[in-house]
Ligand binder design. Sequence first.
Ligand SMILES: [Zn+2]
Ligand SMILES: [Zn+2]
Length: 333
Amino acid sequence: MCVPSAKGLSTSPSARMTFGGEDDILAGCQESPTILYLISIEVEPVTAGEISMIFGAHESISGGVHKAIERGKKATCDTIQIFNKSSNQWRAAKLKPEDVDMFFRLQEELGVTVATSHTSYLINLASPDEVLREKSYLSLKEEMERCNLLRIPNLVMHPGSHVGSGEEAGLDRIADEINRLFDDLANNKCTLLLEATAGQSSNLGHKFEQLAYLVEKTENKQRIGICLDTCHIFAAGYPLSSPKDYRQTMQQFDDIVGLDRLRIMHINDSMQPLGSRKDRHEHIGKGHIGIEGFRSIVNDKRLKNVPLILETHKGEDLAEDIENLKVLRGLVK
Ligand SMILES: [Zn+2]
Ligand SMILES: [Zn+2]
């Protein structure tokens, strides 16, 4: 419901995002009354042939959350991912009402939606250290509240690291905290997306079975989804490079987790080879996955409502994003 989806065929860049009515507004948001009137943002994605795909990139919020939308427009994105606070600090600066207001206004004016936020890298719900786990929980809760305030439909989180305490114990701790989160934020509209990881050190989420286990243990299944990162799953050992590899990997995902859970894809090539369990993003077609892997993805009709978001290195002028998006759009048949 909350995922930007393609409506009809069009040659103009756009996407659609619909949110609920006035009663959905968080109490903290009332200081900015204009937000109440921006209920629906309607845009439609670039289309080629019969398929429309939604393309985007992670953009920086440096200078204010609304700045990411301007960057997204400059980079030719249909949609973007942001951090809703600094990604390497526990602290979050309060969102200013005028920034929130501008955040909504620019999405409408520029035709660039915000498909998802990505959590801070400090959060570890699997930590056996109770103090760190509680700190992680509170931080995640705050990010979820900020997503609701900003009407961002998804929040992507790396499941966590068991830090030597064992895979199952780690997964159980994550599931417990997710259930607690959904109980504590009963009226929150944001969907939590568990991101597949490369499996570095004790990171969980590098096997589809681990993601399925977490979904299974989540009581409120409407509020949980999955984000697949092409670099991560490839590094974790799932091949993507040929049409056959891609088909088999997606079939495995569908059998184990279910394609209906897939809400966002991070679309990155990999500097490291298949099964390396190292997370190093590379520009599209320049890494070990290679261009054919991405051709399969952008022509997979099942993904037409799943935003494909780049997380590759870029300079201030965003030239790399522009180039990568051009390459991806050029692969659509
Ligand atoms: Zn991530
Ligand atoms: Zn990564």
